[in-house]
Design a protein around this ligand. Structure first.
Ligand code: AMP
Length: 404
């Protein structure tokens, strides 16, 4: 049987098709520029001989409806998907589940109503997700749809970690609190870390660092998230590609009062023009490192700021957890940038964190890469994330639980 994972944005739908017997990704792709005069469609799939094939075109995709039709037709015409009855379930990634969703759920009218209800908390993401879910439910009325939330893994945080020190009614009436994001990734690498540590996840204390263009850290005690760096939105916490992360909350007030910027302009500045880009003019870590190696002072500063903040979060979460079995690096930067990992761990030997420089220079494959010395009390791991696989597995588990 097969599980289809859909990640629908406002103008794109990314997808992956898994064979659930061995969890091989047999196809993946995207339709993009939905609603524009020229669209974009890409598909990679494994043919009958197990050889990866590619197809792409730029036909217009007027709406999510045509996008889903297109995905199904393409999968069928290339022989990756036969009859729709081959699909056990469809998993949908949803960025924001609000305060109520603690686990993946099968989509029904109540779930759709709740997802509409939390749109104000994720206005850029949830409307696109909803469009994809509603269209795919119409297309596959006989296949269960499951929503898997980026926020769900963090729902185990205690109020001491998730509440903001602002007036009570903002929480009770407006649901303003820390939610956290990248939960599917933090959960996936935490489970993999437990396997690598050869311990049940329920006995593992971990600090997981998802460092991509967006970045977040989580503190995990006995397998459950107790704190995370992103907040009401994915703007809080670590310094990111184009997002500022933590700063004095008075900065937006200052920008409004003294530079006359309105809410949209401040939102754009802090989400899209800040972070690495704001400091050194580029947001791709490969380029930042290249520039820093050539002595570019702004790039050196950007790299230094990013690793300084990573270290602050490692320290804070170490103190919160009391004891740490492992720190895990994942995401495009966490998996690939030896410089960032070295900067984050430098000088932490007194905490039992000892990086092995030679191991850190290696490349992590799916199995994971241990980058700590044999003496390090805290193990350091690079574990490639696989959010789609995690969504597919959670989707099938949710459907099977319901059947029992
Ligand atoms: P993600 O959002 O997880 O896909 O991560 C994307 C980011 O990973 C890019 O913006 C790059 O900054 C970073 N990245 C990807 N490959 C490398 C690499 N080889 N070295 C350093 N950073 C990388």
């Amino acid at each position: 049987m097969k599980v289809l994972v859909l990640n629908s944005g406002s103008s794109s739908i990314k997808y992956q098709l898994f064979r659930s017997e061995d969890w091989t990704a047999i196809a993946s792709g995207m339709v993009a520029r939905i609603g524009e005069t020229e669209g974009e469609m890409r598909l990679e799939w494994l043919d009958a001989d197990g050889v990866m094939q590619r197809d792409q075109n730029d036909l217009a995709v007027p709406s999510h409806q045509e996008g889903i039709d297109f995905i199904v037709e393409t999968l069928q015409s290339h022989g990756v998907l036969g009859d729709v009855s081959e699909l056990s379930a469809i998993g949908h990634r949803v960025v924001h589940g609000g305060p109520h969703f603690k686990h993946p759920v099968i989509v029904d009218a109540d779930v759709l109503a709740e997802l509409h209800e939390v749109i104000p908390l994720a206005p850029l993401h949830n409307p696109g997700h909803l469009a994809g879910i509603e269209v795919s439910r119409k297309h596959f009325p006989s296949v269960p749809s499951v929503v898997v939330f980026d926020t769900a893994f963090h729902q185990t945080m205690p109020p001491t970690a998730y509440r903001y020190a602002i007036p009570e009614y903002l929480y009770t009436e407006h649901r303003i609190r820390r939610y956290g994001f990248h939960g599917t990734s933090h959960h996936y690498v935490a489970k993999r870390a437990a396997e690598l540590l050869d311990k049940p996840l329920e006995q593992c204390n971990l600090i997981t660092m998802h460092l991509g263009n967006g970045a977040s850290a989580s503190a995990i005690r006995n397998g459950r998230c107790v704190d995370t760096s992103m907040g009401l939105t994915p703007l809080e916490g670590l310094m990111m590609g184009t997002r500022c992360g933590d700063m004095d909350p008075a900065v937006p007030i200052y920008l409004s009062k003294h530079l006359g910027l309105n809410a949209e302009a401040i939102d754009h500045m802090l989400n899209r023009q800040s972070g690495l880009l704001g400091i050194c003019g580029v947001n791709d870590m490969r380029e930042v490192v290249r520039l820093a190696e050539r002595g570019n002072e702004r790039a050196e500063l950007a790299l230094g700021m990013m690793t300084h903040r990573l270290k602050k979060y490692i320290g804070a979460y170490y103190a919160e957890l009391g004891a740490v079995d492992a720190i895990v690096f994942t995401g495009g930067i966490g998996e690939n940038s030896a410089e960032v990992r070295a900067g984050a761990c430098a000088g932490l030997e007194a905490l039992g964190i000892e990086l092995d420089a030679a191991a850190n220079a290696g490349r992590a494959d799916e199995a994971g890469l241990c980058i700590s010395t044999a003496e390090s009390r805290v193990q350091l791991w690079v574990i490639p994330t696989n959010e789609e696989l995690e969504i597919a597995q959670q989707t099938l588990a949710t459907v099977e639980r319901k059947r029992r």
